[in-house]
Each structure stands twice: as C-alpha cells, then as structure tokens.
Design a protein around this ligand. Structure first.
Ligand code: ATP
Ligand code: SKM
Length: 176
C-alpha cells in the first residue's frame, strides 16, 4: 500500500526545510527532517559525523531512518538529505516524493556562509556543482511531482494542491 507521507527532495539548499515547515503547519501535521533525526540520535552534527565516522556510516544512518519512517510514520511532511534519494532509490516506498528544483547558481545566491558551513559536501564549490549536475537527473527520475522553487508561497500552494489531490485519490482507492 502506498504511504501517505509527503517527502521533499532536492539538492542542498533547495528549500526543503523552509517549504516543509510551512507545509506541515498548513496541513495540520508535523515536519521531520532526516538530517535532524540523525543529528539528534547521534548527538553530533552532520559535519562531526562526516569527520569522525565518514560518509559511508552517514549513509547507513540514512537507510536506518528510511526503514524507520516506512514502518512508523504516516501523514507527515518529511525533508530528506540531499543524497538520500541517490543512495535510497526506493524512496517512494516511504511516501509521495516531491522534488524541489532550483538552479545551482540560485542555491549559491540564497545560502549564507553559516548555512554553507553546515554542509560538508558544499565546502568545495566546484565539486558541489559537479555533484549537482550528476544528481539532477536522479532527483527528476525518482519524483512523483516536480516543483520549481522560485516563489516560496507559490511552491507551498502548488505542493499542497498536488498532495491534497493525491490523498483524495488514495482515499477513494482504499474506501470499502
Ligand atoms: N523560494 C525561495 N526563495 C528564496 N529563498 C529561499 C526559498 N526557499 C528557501 N530559501 C532559502 O534558501 C536557503 C536554504 O533553504 P533550506 O535550508 O530550506 O534548504 P534545504 O533544502 O532544507 O537544505 P539542506 O537539505 O541542505 O538542509 C534558506 O536561507 C532559505 O531561507
Ligand atoms: O547532498 C548530500 O549528500 C548531503 C546533504 C545534506 O542534507 C546532508 O544529508 C549531508 O550533508 C549530505
């Protein structure tokens, strides 16, 4: 059976947390962020996990999060880390997937120094751009719905409309 979580994906800084928090409030639910779940569980920042344990261990923690969400979470807005769909292509098993699409130059313009510092894979801008180019197609292929996150209000409204229609369809599919 399809899960009814609303999962936001996209590159680092594409606006998943910003859009996710607003959406959760408007939909009268809660907002989860897999990066924050992992940081809280480990009591370490993402930077510390990358430094102390390495990226491979971080990806294992993301998979653990995925399995937990699939089993235990419903009707929730969830923002996942930028690499989550790349390493967990079965992401749709945990909910309906919306890709927040933003160009690399716009992401760089939007993020301040403090925001960049928190993201280990954004330290080398040339490498971050290469990663962005490699991942763009994967995000598109794994999405149920794609939204260009230009105007924040419009993005929220478009996703809300899509998700409400999805839920209506879901309910009619599973009605007795
Ligand atoms: N539509 C928008 N227009 C302008 N700025 C935006 C928009 N959406 C988000 N932002 C800004 O972009 C920056 C990054 O957003 P946010 O932290 O929500 O991204 P994210 O996808 O959750 O990042 P990460 O996954 O790396 O944590 C923030 O400063 C946020 O205020
Ligand atoms: O794009 C990525 O691979 C990452 C994005 C962040 O959200 C964090 O999940 C982490 O820094 C890795």
């Amino acid at each position: 059976m399809k899960s009814t979580n609303l999962i936001l994906t996209g590159f680092m800084g594409s606006g998943k947390s910003t859009v996710g928090r607003i959406l959760a409030k408007e939909l009268n639910t809660f907002f989860l962020d897999t990066d924050l779940l992992i940081e809280n569980f480990e009591n370490k920042s993402i930077n510390e996990i990358f430094e102390d344990d390495g990226e491979k261990i971080f990806r294992e923690k993301e998979r653990y999060c995925f399995e937990w969400i699939k089993k235990n979470v419903t009707n929730t807005v969830i923002s996942v880390g930028g690499g989550f769909p790349v390493y967990i292509p079965e992401i749709k098993e945990a909910g309906v997937v919306v890709y927040l699409k933003v160009g690399f130059e716009d992401i760089v313009k939007r993020m301040n120094k403090r925001e960049i510092k928190k993201r280990p894979l954004f330290q080398d801008i040339k490498k971050a751009k290469e990663l962005f180019e490699k991942r763009a197609k994967i995000y598109e292929e794994l999405a149920d719905f794609i939204v260009e996150n230009k105007d924040l209000k419009k993005s929220v409204e478009t996703i809300k409309e899509y998700y409400e229609n999805f839920k209506l369809q879901y309910q009619s599919n599973f009605a007795d």
